[in-house]
Design a protein around this ligand. Sequence first.
Ligand code: OOG
Ligand code: MG
Length: 247
Amino acid sequence: MNDIEALAGTLDAAVRDARAIPRLTDKAELDVDAAYAVQRAVIRRRVARHERLAGVKMGFTSKAKMVQMGVHDVIWGLLTDAMLIESRVDVGRLIHPRIEPEIAYLIGRPVRSAADVDAAVAGVAVGFEVLDSRYEDFSFTLPDVIADNASAAGYGVGAWHDPRDVANVGMLMEIDGQAVQAGSSAAILGDPMRSLRAAARLAGQAGITLEPGWVVLAGAATAAVPLPAGAHVRVTASGLGSVEVTT
Ligand code: OOG
Ligand code: MG
């Protein structure tokens, strides 16, 4: 087994056991390219367990997230169907979950490069992402978080709307009726469409086609907050309605 597979196995076990591990970079030398190779190997393990690829998530596309996590480059990861949250998520199976508000795009036609993507958008929705870093203290370097599939744990989307300009819509996240984060979609690279184009470019460069039915999460507009058990979370984006999840 080479290092990439061994590191992927460590991360995959951390997900399945819901147990935090030390950062990979504490022991291994890991550059960004190797980190994406580990991420792909983690995903291959999930696919081997019959999970299906369901989309792409972008990370650190807003200042709020970069500042919160101390990481200053845009990253991406892959979503699988097993990560989709319909209305409830069992946080007992996660290590130290957080939740954040997202703008989600629905892909309607195969996208092989950024040039294809504008015409391929079939819908836009408000969404949320549940994050769960597999690292102790939710603390990592850039290669660590890339290898860990950008902390992806789960995601949910509200009703799809016809493609429209969402460059600057107000976003609100409430837990048990209390506002915990508020912001604008403009925090996402000035316009979440820019993040979608970046997703198409990065996936294309990696030889991954965005398939019809896939979801692209453009990245959180605000910092993430801890997601406790017994919580009711609502994320609203003006003009896009809201999406709710209980724990
Ligand atoms: C990494 C994932 C970042 C986003 O929307 O910016 C992300 C993390 O914060 O643990 O999903
Ligand atoms: Mg996110």
